[in-house]
Design a protein around this ligand. Structure first.
Ligand code: ADP
Length: 486
């Protein structure tokens, strides 16, 4: 429907819908009223007009027959009384025909019939008048012929009256038929209009609901995409106005979020540059000083340079870790997931960190499970996880200890990776929040660290839809494990 696409408010749409149904119901009420009126009219016309006509027709017939009888009697007796009665009946016939003409109203057929009866009655009176003149004068007249003519006229009159009676009865019968028809028409029409208004109600309410629910679905979709990080201002809803306004606000919100996103990206790139560049310059300078100025530096100056280089490294690690974690927390760390085998990544990290382990005489053993499935991962980030866990294992394991790295399939399409060490272990109290940022265990002692490594590990594994956990016994060792799925 066209009005659905127009800019009608939700309230107007509901009002228009209800108005349609109301108009249909009002139409039904008017139709029923008209039909009831018609029924009433037919009923009244049967009860009054038709029965009255029948009454008067009977009176005319009776009066006519009496008039005829008195006329015959008078011709035999010549009694003035009887003549008077003849006149009374004659008057009655005329009067009742007049009444009949008045009641029959606009019915042309009845009127014609009544006029014919009236004419015949006049002819009869004329014949009798002529005959009376002969009788009063005492002259001879052809009484047989008069008798015959009067008989003809009266018979014809009685036939016409009979026809009037049967026409009226037929008319009454027709009216009763019409009564039945109007009644059943009204019932059928009422049923049809009721069903139509019910269907119209359903169709209109569906159209109205669709015109509201569809834009709401679009809003819901867009909101979901916003939570997934899609801030494009592409929500376009033309009606209803209330939802259009909501869409405009969501687009404005997207605009704001895009600006904030850009600010965050700018912040990270400028921070990376501003913090890393000078430290990298310091490092390079220190390296030159340590290598080129060998002869001219005293032992204490060499120690100082070494400490400065170590501090530079520590600062660089802290900056890298802080920026990484901030990016992850801001949802700005880009992930590229591909199905990969974790084993080569594990060996790569072991190779990188082997010198550190050797320096502490720590042996690194591996155990790779059979039929290890490939799992969905961002290999750069999983390398970061393995680096943090294995570096921690080396850091928190004393000289001569052991580290065992194992991978094994668990459930279909899932793998579990564990890094177990024979290190210092973690205090029970620290285990609860060991993955929180800046949280360093009481076992960390004088070891260099940021307290950010495990927080980064947890973020990365969470982003993969996996889980990470630790089992540890103080003085015996710790096992850090994580699970990934395909
Ligand atoms: P840090 O820079 O202090 O190592 P992490 O976030 O990597 O920060 O680790 C947090 C804390 O967890 C550490 O300070 C340490 O107390 C504890 N920890 C981490 N790995 C081990 C491990 N392999 N053995 C014992 N303790 C560990």
């Amino acid at each position: 429907m066209r009005f659905i696409n127009m800019k009608y408010s939700i309230l107007s749409r509901l009002n228009i819908g209800f108005l349609f149904v109301f108009l249909l119901q009002a139409g039904l009420a008017a139709f029923v009223a008209i039909k009831l009126n018609r029924l009433q009219y037919i009923r009244t016309s049967i009860l009054t007009t038709d029965t009255q006509i029948l009454d008067y027709e009977k009176k005319v017939t009776d009066a006519l027959l009496s008039q005829m009888r008195y006329e015959k009697k008078f011709l035999i007796t010549r009694d003035a009384d009887i003549y008077d009665r003849f006149l009374v009946n004659n008057h009655e016939v005329n009067q009742n025909i007049k009444e009949l003409l008045a009641i029959s109203g606009a019915n042309r057929d009845f009127k014609n019939l009544l006029n014919e009866i009236k004419t015949l009655h006049n002819s009869y009176n004329e014949l009798f008048g002529n005959e009376l003149r002969y009788v009063q004068a005492g002259n001879y007249y052809p009484s047989g012929m008069y008798e015959e003519n009067k008989e003809k006229v009266l018979t014809s009159m009685l036939e016409k009256l009979k026809q009037l009676r049967s026409d009226i009865k037929q008319q009454t019968y027709n009216k009763i038929q019409e009564l039945g028809k109007v009644n059943s028409d009204t019932q059928n029409m009422t049923l049809v209009i009721l069903i139509a208004s019910l269907l119209l109600g359903v169709v209109i309410s569906r159209l109205i609901m669709r015109s509201i629910v569809n834009p709401l679905e679009q809003v819901k979709d867009k909101t979901r995409r916003i939570t997934e990080g899609d801030f494009t201002k592409d929500l376009s809803i033309s009606s209803p106005p209330e939802i259009q306004e909501l869409a405009n606000i969501i687009n404005m919100m997207c605009n704001k979020l895009l600006q904030i996103d850009k600010m965050k990206a700018d912040f990270f790139s400028s921070m990376s540059h501003e913090l890393r560049t000078p430290i990298t310059s310091f490092k390079e300078g220190l390296r030159l000083l340590q290598t080129k100025a060998q002869g001219e530096t005293s032992d204490s100056e060499k120690r100082l340079l070494a400490i400065m280089a170590q501090e530079c490294n520590r600062l660089l690690n802290l900056i890298n870790a802080t920026l990484d974690l901030s990016k992850m927390e801001a949802g700005m760390m880009p992930y590229r997931f591909f199905p990969e085998d974790i084993t080569p990544l594990m060996y790569k990290v072991i190779e990188e960190l082997e010198p550190l382990a050797q320096a502490k005489n720590i042996s690194i053993k591996t155990k790779v499970g059979r039929k290890l499935p490939v799992v969905k991962m961002d290999s750069e980030r999983i390398l970061q996880v393995l680096r943090n866990l294995i570096a921690n294992a080396i850091k928190y394991t004393p000289q001569g200890g052991q580290i065992k790295i194992s991978t094994q399939p668990v459930k279909p399409g899932r793998i579990e990776v564990s890094v177990a060490d024979t290190g210092v272990g973690i205090e029970q109290e620290d285990l609860k929040n060991i993955f929180d940022k800046y949280r360093r265990g009481s076992n960390s002692g004088g070891r260099v660290g940021t307290g950010l490594g495990l927080a980064i590990v947890k973020h990365i594994i969470d982003a993969h839809g996996g889980r990470v956990w630790v089992n540890s016994n103080q003085g015996i060792g710790s096992t850090f494990s994580f699970e990934l799925q395909s």
